[in-house]
Design a protein around this ligand. Sequence first.
Ligand SMILES: [Zn+2]
Length: 93
Amino acid sequence: MATYGYRCPHCRDIEVVFPMGTAPAAVRCPDCGATSTRMFSAPMLARTPAALAARLRRAERSASEPEVVTSLPPRRAPAAVPIHPATGRLPRP
Ligand SMILES: [Zn+2]
């Protein structure tokens, strides 16, 4: 069974389940009865989030066109590491 999409010209998009390859070109809208034509869409394709896609593009570009830097990056304060109670009793260097 597969889900097929249809678009009613008056109401909304409709999803109807048919066995694969048996979907008709048009169905009746369950709300208004108008003829709804089948619409085609990409099947279950996940989209990459924009921030991740930008980072991936930057990483790919840096392989062949690395960015030229003229100064050191700003120094960051070291992240505070939470002390676990069990490690608090260990000897310090
Ligand atoms: Zn309708």
